[in-house]
Design a protein around this ligand. Structure first.
Ligand code: 6GU
Length: 231
């Protein structure tokens, strides 16, 4: 999978050299390219934003700058992801769908967002005929300073689903959110007693069917309890 990210703060993407994602990158499973949006700014001040038509607070990012940055990346079979708190909510199902993509482009907006004509332009029939799809995505109902952290969240959730990134692929099918509404059972390791708290005895019994039953019950209890707080 190839991933491009466009941002005025390329340093936000330095964590992608770490951990599983970093290893997948070293191993050639993922190809990352981070682009500094400001290098596409054409005026003397290198500005990337201006005041909104119609008035109001904040600044809007320039379509012209985004167009110059995006044009060379819009190759056949590309998913362009525009990060915005007004987008469709990211979840595990969306992560699974994007993990099957061949090319993801993350457009990180700052300020009050990107001139909407950028979304319109790359959503045209011409681009659709080249299998270019545009998605506006949010990672949750709160507002961040920009799309960079949201991109990192999405990239980690998506790339760990690629074959060869997570060592034991079985762990992917048993984890929280692997099925709608499913939360993983609680886990324990040695010692069997820690600060007077014992590990549930069944887990030490070696009885695999009873352990499976206990875990299924614990997972269901957890999902029910968390329903109240998750909404
Ligand atoms: Cl994608 N961007 C910003 N700026 N804030 C957000 C978000 C995205 N998702 C949730 N909050």
């Amino acid at each position: 999978m190839r991933i491009d990210a466009l941002t005025i703060f390329p340093q936000y993407f330095e964590p992608l050299t770490l951990s599983l994602v970093g290893k997948a990158r070293d191993g050639g499973i993922i190809d990352f390219y981070i682009h500094d949006l400001r290098s596409f700014a054409s005026n003397n001040h290198h500005s990337v934003d201006d005041t909104p038509y119609g008035g109001g607070a904040g600044m809007v990012m320039l379509a012209q700058v985004w167009g110059l940055a995006l044009d060379p990346l819009m190759v056949e079979d590309t998913d362009l992801i525009i990060l915005t708190p007004a987008g469709k909510r990211f979840d595990q199902r969306m992560a699974e769908a994007f993990s099957k993509a061949s090319h993801l482009v993350f457009a990180c907006g700052r300020y009050e967002g990107i001139d909407d004509r950028v979304r319109q332009y790359y959503s045209s029939d011409l681009y659709a005929s080249r299998n270019i799809r545009v998605h506006e995505v949010s990672i949750g109902d709160y507002v961040l300073g920009g799309g960079e952290v949201a991109s990192l969240v999405m990239i980690e959730a998506i790339t760990r689903l690629l074959p060869g990134v997570v060592g034991n692929p079985e762990s992917l099918s048993e984890e929280s959110h692997s099925q709608d509404g499913y939360l993983e059972y609680p886990n324990f390791t040695k010692p069997a007693i820690w600060r007077d708290i014992a590990v549930p005895a069944i887990l030490l019994s070696g009885n695999h069917s009873e352990i499976a039953q206990w875990r299924a019950d614990a997972a269901r209890r957890r999902a029910e309890e968390n329903l109240w707080t998750r909404g």
